[in-house]
Design a protein around this ligand. Structure first.
Ligand code: NAG
Length: 212
């Protein structure tokens, strides 16, 4: 009675086959060994795991195959595992994994969207306390420079990009070099200036009175 032999499962997965013991289970004097430990899950979330068990036979007369004791699906088990998504994600399929809330990504939604480190504008500064989803950056321009394009405040979006465009700072105090002659007054423009001459002022005064 002590000469048991081990028979292994040969077929690993037999989907759809009804689990059953072989008609020769008793005559072969079969008995189950313990299940081995589950395999590790194939995926970090929503994967599959596998385990199998061996069968012992005592009567070895014509009892040499696992199938003399049971069908192959009786010797193995396949199961879903890690059936969860992180951060409020919802499961979609074994192919795509989880659908994540805004700002999270990855098969299991365990990763947080981050935006690229913004660059400092010329003649200005950029401020930020973080680069993750929802973080904001603000720009400012140095004295005598105006923000002529872009936006002063941008937000890190779900697609990993900053909203709006980067700020541009341009010089707006060209008049500081006193470019106007003969008492003309200077009007600052973006990297430019305009001189308003004395004569122009007189003409303006004149036209103001002429219609009367
Ligand atoms: C620069 O910005 C200031 C403040 O908004 C504004 O008063 C000024 O007209 C701007 N200068 C130019 C040249 O656009």
């Amino acid at each position: 009675m002590n000469n048991w032999i081990f028979l292994l499962v040969l077929v690993i997965v037999a989907v759809g086959v009804k689990a059953d013991l072989a008609p020769t289970w008793d005559s072969c004097q079969c008995r189950w060994d313990d299940w081995v430990a589950w395999s590790s899950c194939t995926k970090e979330c929503y994967g599959r795991r596998y385990r199998d068990r061996k069968v012992w036979v005592s009567n070895t007369e014509g009892c040499t195959e696992f199938s003399d004791c049971a069908t192959s699906d009786e010797g193995s088990e396949l199961q879903d595992c890690n059936t969860f998504c992180y951060n409020g994600g919802t499961y979609i399929s074994s192919y795509t994994g989880c659908k994540c809330v805004a700002g999270k990504y990855g098969r299991c939604c365990d990763k947080t969207v981050t935006c690229a480190k913004p660059s400092k504008p010329g003649n200005g500064e950029v401020f930020y306390s973080g680069l993750t989803y929802g973080s904001t950056i603000t720009y400012s321009c140095h004295v005598d420079y105006n923000m002529t394009s872009g936006v002063p405040r941008r937000t890190c979006q779900g697609n990993g990009g900053w909203s709006g465009d980067a700020a541009r700072c341009q010089y707006v105090n060209t008049c500081s070099s006193n470019p106007c002659r003969n008492g003309g007054s200077c009007i600052n423009g973006v990297e430019s200036y305009k001189c308003q001459c004395q004569l122009g002022v007189e003409l303006t005064v004149k036209t103001m009175f002429s219609p009367l």
